[in-house]
Design a protein around this ligand. Sequence first.
Ligand SMILES: NC(=O)c1ccc[n+]([C@@H]2O[C@H](COP(=O)([O-])OP(=O)(O)OC[C@H]3O[C@@H](n4cnc5c(N)ncnc54)[C@H](OP(=O)(O)O)[C@@H]3O)[C@@H](O)[C@H]2O)c1
Length: 307
Amino acid sequence: MVQAWGFGRFGGAEVQELFDRPDPVPGRGEVLIRVDIAGVNPLDHVVRSGLVDGLDGGRPFPRVLGMEAAGTVLALGTDVDGLEEGDAVFGFALTGGGTYAETTVLSAPNTARIPAGLSATVAATLPVAGTTAVDALDQLDLPSGATVLVNGVGGGVGLAVAGLAVGRELRVIGTGSAAKREPAEAIGVRFIDYTAGDVVAAARELAPDGVDGIIDLVGGTSLRTVVPLARDSRNVIAVGDQSVAELGGRFVERRLDRENLERAARLALDGVLAPVISAVHPLADAPAALATVENGHAAGKVVIKVT
Ligand SMILES: NC(=O)c1ccc[n+]([C@@H]2O[C@H](COP(=O)([O-])OP(=O)(O)OC[C@H]3O[C@@H](n4cnc5c(N)ncnc54)[C@H](OP(=O)(O)O)[C@@H]3O)[C@@H](O)[C@H]2O)c1
């Protein structure tokens, strides 16, 4: 039996429990892995809450938390191409395995080998935040010298997208609370503390003619506040709030395939995609890890070190 953090019914943090389960059996297109590192994401508590059912593959209760991990392949299911037992891999648990666990199943088409030289800790942050950062910037497709506003720059996706944007020679303005100033400015972001005053006025001081694009990681009222800063609302890409379409913007188009994971890994190896990992928790402290993200003000990425 192996340990896993999951939930026996939908709800708040109170429904989370550590339980024992046998190793999951990898099915068609799945690989069983020993989890080294699990990434923690806002989606994990959304799935636990039951607000959006099915995103985690919808297996019967108890369900295991977590959508992304890095680890070592222990066994292959049927119809698995390009992966072998013993490979160090990272990827998505899209079929219900859950990754806050000592072993889990990943979806093989959404799993890639970790290239030599890349740590499992960094690799575990790439499936969700890393590839989202790449996808959002690709979709925006701004030329070098253009100005992009990253709304919610201090979180897992925000710092990754800001670093990538600076690497593409974009001028980056980022919003966050005061504690995010230092990590954001360290990668070259012109920072606006949204708790300290009028964000739009502060942004207009930095970009009097508005910005060429916005990547929004906050949504809701905050998204609506910053949209008028974009010279063209089609260049507003939201990552979490689908209502961006009502404002003339676009929801991020995601690529979860192996090729995109490999691309993110190459960018990480080259140091262009440099996730900021603010906290590493042991598996026993998984609830604390998720609570940090669930409170909505995480700094960079939070991960769980399982093995
Ligand atoms: N579509 C997809 O495939 C996909 C993939 C990844 C993420 N997402 C979604 O994208 C969103 C961001 O993900 P994430 O992993 O980056 O989350 P995260 O790590 O929790 O970061 C969110 C950041 O937003 C900041 N923030 C909160 N309110 C703000 C405001 N009013 N103005 C500016 N910043 C604010 C928070 O800290 P401070 O308030 O302290 O600055 C925090 O650093 C989530 O909704 C997530 O579910 C979607």
